[in-house]
Write a protein that binds this ligand. Structure first.
Ligand SMILES: [Zn+2]
Length: 454
């Protein structure tokens, strides 16, 4: 008997965390934090597994919504074993330390909630075990009654550095958890490698289930559209601000821009970037022979980018055309991209290029939906700002489009599909398509706190 219990991230893209009980062994898949919530609200509901066996946590990748509540889970279950890929372990150390300061700033005085400390992250990082991609390793819970162990293997998910999908096998029944998955190539990373075998249960992410795939072009096609729009701005003397997530999108956008410049499809102008993303760049470089990349010769450090934090007066960015790649991706208040956006909005010749997903209720969402001459308020208490710059939207996706999600079902031929990581519309499109096309699988919509038995 296998039981699946979502602790978060079921009908939304939030604190992704799923509990599996396989013949008495408790395994947590991912341990995320909701990016838009604070305090206890941002965590998965760990009380649901308080009295259940919790032996292992397997992490698919190092994005905040899959990783950042790990220190809280480990606090409650000190004997839990953490296993992930080598790259995710290294990224986890970097990003968890980075999240300490952010969390403390957000919290203010919340007596019910204690942010973790740098010392705790140091200890935790040392205990994270890692396994190479495709290696099959066996795990067994402490309270496991039988001698049958569970076989686990990681498969490249093509989403960000170190991202994996996870195969779990017990008594010849196979469960495959996609994590965040991408079938097609980005500039740096190649698409995912799916196992070539039938699985019994597929736990499938649905991020782009509600998005028309004609709007999500391949990365290289979107790069051409990007180049055409960027040329108009740069040739007119303007500068471009690109808000990005520091992990994944920053590295892919920097290399996309640089490769366009090398091919003379973009004028060579100054590129600025900074923050934790530049440390992550180094990890992409040193791991280029260990993960599936398009070009092992290419290193991010060969891009002559300048540090945006060295620029004291933001007016400098508008003296000559330049491109600034800054985090956060959703222009959250207080971040580099938020501060810069306020200057960019006043510039008639310049532009903000939105390249990824924006959550509603974020400044990024308001900016990305604004047009020239609109008046927008970036936060409840701020003065309205006139939008003078251009705003262009692109979809550089690190997730499968919805046809890709159906393709995953076609290749893995599951008997059961559990849909996670998407809003209601996304999940209902994917669920309906699976039933319409394949007819045989049982389709479950994951709901936080509701157990599914398979
Ligand atoms: Zn992700």
């Amino acid at each position: 008997m296998i039981k699946f219990l979502p602790l978060g991230g079921a009908g939304e893209i939030g604190a992704n965390c799923y509990y599996l009980n396989i013949a008495g062994t408790g395994i947590v898949l991912d341990c995320g934090m909701h990016p838009q919530k604070t305090g206890l609200d941002s965590l998965p509901d760990f009380s649901l597994i308080e009295n259940l066996p919790v032996d292992y946590v397997l992490i698919s990748h190092a994005h905040q919504d899959h990783l950042t509540s790990l220190p809280f889970l480990v606090k409650q279950h000190p004997y839990i074993k953490v296993i992930t890929s080598r790259q995710t372990r290294d990224l986890a150390e970097l990003t968890l330390h980075n999240s300490v300061a952010i969390m403390q700033k957000q919290l203010g005085k919340d007596d019910n909630f204690q942010a973790y400390t740098h010392e705790e992250i140091d200890l935790l990082s040392q205990t994270i075990d890692f396994k190479p991609i495709k290696d099959v390793f066996e795990i067994e819970g402490y309270k496991h009654n039988s001698s049958e162990s569970i076989k686990i293997s990681f498969h490249d998910a093509g989403h960000i550095l170190g991202s994996v999908s996870i195969m779990l096998e017990h008594n010849s029944k196979k469960i495959f958890y996609t994590g965040d998955i991408n079938l097609t190539n980005q500039t740096l990373l190649k698409g995912c490698e799916l196992p070539r075998e039938k699985v019994d249960t597929l736990i499938l992410e649905c991020t782009y289930g509600a998005s028309d795939s004609s709007q999500i072009l391949t990365w290289s096609k979107e790069a051409e559209r990007f180049a055409a729009e960027a040329n108009k701005i740069l040739n007119n003397g303007g500068s471009i601000l690109i808000p990005v997530f520091a992990l994944g999108k920053m590295q892919e956008m920097l290399s996309t821009i640089w490769k366009l410049m090398e091919k003379r499809k973009l004028p060579v102008v100054d590129i600025y970037t900074g923050g934790i993303g530049t440390k992550i760049n180094r990890l992409y470089d040193v791991n280029r022979y260990l993960v599936n990349v398009n070009d092992t010769e290419f290193q991010l450090k060969s891009i002559p980018y300048k540090n945006l934090n060295d620029v004291e007066n933001p007016e400098e960015f508008f003296k000559n055309p330049c491109i600034v790649v800054a985090s956060s991706g959703m222009m959250i208040e207080g971040t580099a991209s938020f501060k810069l956006a306020k200057h960019w909005l006043k510039q008639r010749n310049s532009a903000i290029f939105v390249v990824g997903y924006m959550d509603e209720n974020t400044p990024g969402f308001k900016i990305s939906n604004a047009k020239k001459n609109d008046k927008i308020k970036l936060s409840d208490f701020s003065e309205p700002i006139d939008v003078k710059c251009s705003i262009k939207q692109f979809k550089f996706s690190a997730h499968s489009n919805r046809e890709g999600l159906i393709e995953i079902v076609r290749r893995l031929k599951p008997s059961n599909v559990i849909l996670v990581h998407g809003d209601e519309q996304a999940i209902s499109w994917v669920g309906n398509q699976i039933l319409k096309i394949f007819k045989t699988p049982k389709v479950f919509q994951a709901e936080t706190g509701i157990q599914i038995k398979i």
